[in-house]
Design a protein around this ligand. Sequence first.
Ligand code: ADP
Length: 198
Amino acid sequence: MSSHLYPITDRMLPREAKESLLEQRGGVVWLYGLSGSGKSTIALQLERQLHDEGKLVKLLDGDNIRTGLNKNLGFSDEDRAENIRRIAEVAKLFVDSGMLVLASFITPTNALRHQAREIIGSDDLLEVYVQASYETCAERDPKGLYQKVKDGQVAQFTGKDSSFEEPTQADLTLATESLSVEEACAQLHMAIGQHFQK
Ligand code: ADP
């Protein structure tokens, strides 16, 4: 199969050309944590803030990935791995176009986080653990999912019958039980500035 591929990558405009057009450095901010921990709240606020600062940002999350590109995938271990693999590959394509990607996905295991890091590369990745306990997330229940779990309507739910591992190599941890949304966003904004300095 690969012998029939005739790569043109070496003749494509390089990433640097896109980055200088946009006057920014591309990179991926990968936010992970339990459902309800605060990933989308933080990602949405950061997307607006960075956009207002003149950055081209793309937010990837379950809404635009699981309903399209990955709509054939479920929540088995195999499908979760394929889900993350595709998201990381897509994020990498955006980075090659000089864009900043905010990826907001539960990413429940260290193996999955490692897989994303392998694909994207450490230089281009800021790994952010959005931390809140299962109990806090269940209390917040922004999507009503925890109630559905209690009622037995959701299978393979992360933190309940599907495991969530504490991270071993997050670049930043945002403890959303003790930080306000504004404080969490300010910390992340600073980390993005430091990590993706041109
Ligand atoms: P996720 O995307 O991780 O599933 P959401 O962002 O949809 O989670 O929901 C998180 C909930 O927690 C929201 O209702 C949000 O207002 C609340 N919340 C409280 N404190 C914080 C914080 N510091 N950061 C983010 N969200 C917070």
